[in-house]
Design a protein around this ligand. Structure first.
Ligand code: CA
Length: 504
């Protein structure tokens, strides 16, 4: 039986695969001095007071007191390192050649080609509101469209209301207002909506059509203003008539065999534990490397969960432009957190700590593993669209329900979501594949978790095994051959777009 997992040769701690009773010899010369809970850390050497505690080859913190070999190391025994500086970061010092990445087992998938940008993984009518005031009407209309119109159009997979909290009662000219406005603008053009625009406004809101659409697209075919209609029946008739026209066009779309370069997917994690960085996230990273080698675009995010590893990301930046944008996004977020009187260590949750994560440094190192090893081709602000293929870093909040919509706005056709403690999270506009970090999680939510990376911790599977399994599932789901559990049940979260600007 495997007792501990050590990640890098330089590590002086390892993680307990299961509860280790005092007296358990885990390695020659390393015996547990006290009971060590599952997922928590054991010292593999004597660590002097002030010495580095190293996991993932990275200093998680400094020992507050001398730590004898075999000790349990918990979050109370470490001093947190300073936030790494982002000035003068070296770039391009760790560029893994594409030929060294793992080979994809398939090089094509079945998607809906778009005139511009990545292809769709689903064929959906997306109805986007310009203000939350329209959401109630749109939700009722969507239910009627699904019931009364959708059955006539067998090639259309569904109808999605893209409601969000932005649009009015906000300082629309505020310095950071461009961030939520960009999110709405890009959500309208989501690849799964096939270029068929259906934008619904109220009529008196601050977010006007010209802020989210080019002049040529502001037509009665694409926009509908609720205040223009006399009462409920006229409003519903207009919405259904507009939807019917869009559905006719969408129904002509068919899946075709496409290269992986037409695929854009996102990665994020939520409810992490100390296994996330050993099993689920490295498996996702392996799948990401396979996708990148095949020419696909893979996005990862979550600023506070990469902040402590930013120098590792800079070393993987392809060019100075990516490094400079990375530094700028980190600076922006540092100031954003500081304005709220906190720093990046406000991120870990009680559940994270119970799951063995000592601090934000340890959480970040596990989180970064989802990006695999490929070079970072481009760094994006929240809700920006990539202009390059390969691995992309999009600097969004780590909050699951904000990161998801930000990545959607960036155009992801699918998201892979790693979890240690479990969440039913899902998105209506793009399928979400759930990967769990522990066998216990899969046993608990056997019919809600799509991929179990737990067998990596117990030595029954390798990262390559689960990574390849995940790669196959990503292509099957993207191709419409399989549906993840969240879509089977319709577990879909609200579209909480990131709005750092003032609300009035
Ligand atoms: Ca997250």
């Amino acid at each position: 039986m495997v007792d501990i997992i050590k990640i890098k040769d330089a590590d002086n701690v390892a993680v307990a695969v299961h509860d280790l009773p005092a007296g358990t010899q885990v390695l020659p010369g390393v015996t547990a001095l006290q009971d060590i809970p599952q997922a928590h850390k054991i010292a593999l050497t004597d660590i002097p007071k002030g010495g580095d505690v190293v996991r993932y080859g990275v200093t998680l913190g400094y020992a507050k007191d001398a730590i004898p070999v075999g000790s349990w190391i918990n979050e109370h025994m470490l001093d947190l390192p300073q936030t790494p500086a982002v000035d003068h970061m070296e770039f391009g010092t760790n560029i893994v050649p594409v030929e060294d990445l793992p080979d994809p087992t398939r090089t094509t998938w079945m998607g809906y080609r778009n005139k511009v940008g990545p292809a769709g993984t689903r064929n959906l009518l997306g109805i986007v509101t310009t203000v939350q005031c329209a959401a109630g009407v749109v939700n009722v209309a969507v239910e009627r469209i699904k019931k009364e119109l959708l059955p006539k159009y067998p090639n259309v997979d569904g109808v999605v209301a893209v409601n969000h909290p932005y649009g009015c009662g906000v300082a629309i000219k505020a310095r950071e207002a461009h961030i939520p406005i960009r999110a709405v603008t890009n959500l309208i053009r989501h690849p799964n909506f096939g270029g068929e625009l259906m934008v619904v406004g109220l009529g008196c809101e601050k977010l006007t059509y010209d802020m989210v659409l080019p002049p040529e697209d502001i037509t009665p075919d694409n926009t509908l203003t609720l205040q223009d209609y006399p009462g409920h029946d006229a409003m519903m008739d207009a919405l259904l008539a507009m939807a019917d026209k869009k559905l006719q066009k969408l129904n002509q779309r068919v899946r075709e065999e496409l290269p992986l370069s037409e695929l854009l997917i996102g990665m994020q994690c939520g409810g992490s534990d100390a296994f996330s960085g050993i099993t689920a996230n490295p498996s996702a990273g392996y799948a990401a490397d396979m996708l990148v080698k095949g020419g696909a675009t893979v996005m990862f995010s979550e600023v506070t969960e990469v902040r402590d590893g930013v120098h590792l990301l800079a070393a993987r930046c392809r060019d100075a432009a990516a490094r400079d944008k990375l530094a700028a996004e980190m600076r922006w977020y540092d100031e954003y957190l500081e304005a709220g009187g906190v720093d990046r260590d406000a991120n870990p949750t009680p559940g994270n700590k119970k799951g063995g994560l000592a601090n934000i440094v340890e959480k970040a190192m596990g989180s970064i593993a989802k990006s695999g090893t490929a070079p970072i081709e481009e760094v994006l602000s929240p809700a920006e669209k990539p202009t390059r293929h390969g691995l992309i870093y999009a600097a969004t909040p780590a909050s699951d329900i904000v990161c998801g919509p930000s990545q959607l706005a960036s155009g992801i056709g699918l998201q892979v979501f790693m979890t240690g403690r479990g969440t039913p999270y899902g998105l209506a506009a793009a399928p979400v594949i759930k990967v769990c970090s522990r066998n216990e999680m899969k046993q608990h939510w056997f019919d809600m978790i799509d991929v179990n990376a737990g067998p990596i911790a117990t030595g029954e599977k390798t990262i390559a095994d689960v990574g390849t399994e995940l790669f196959e599932l990503i292509l099957d789901v993207a191709s419409g051959v399989k549906e993840p559990y969240s879509d089977q049940y319709g577990f879909h979260n609200d579209i909480c777009i990131f709005n750092p600007a003032p609300i009035t």
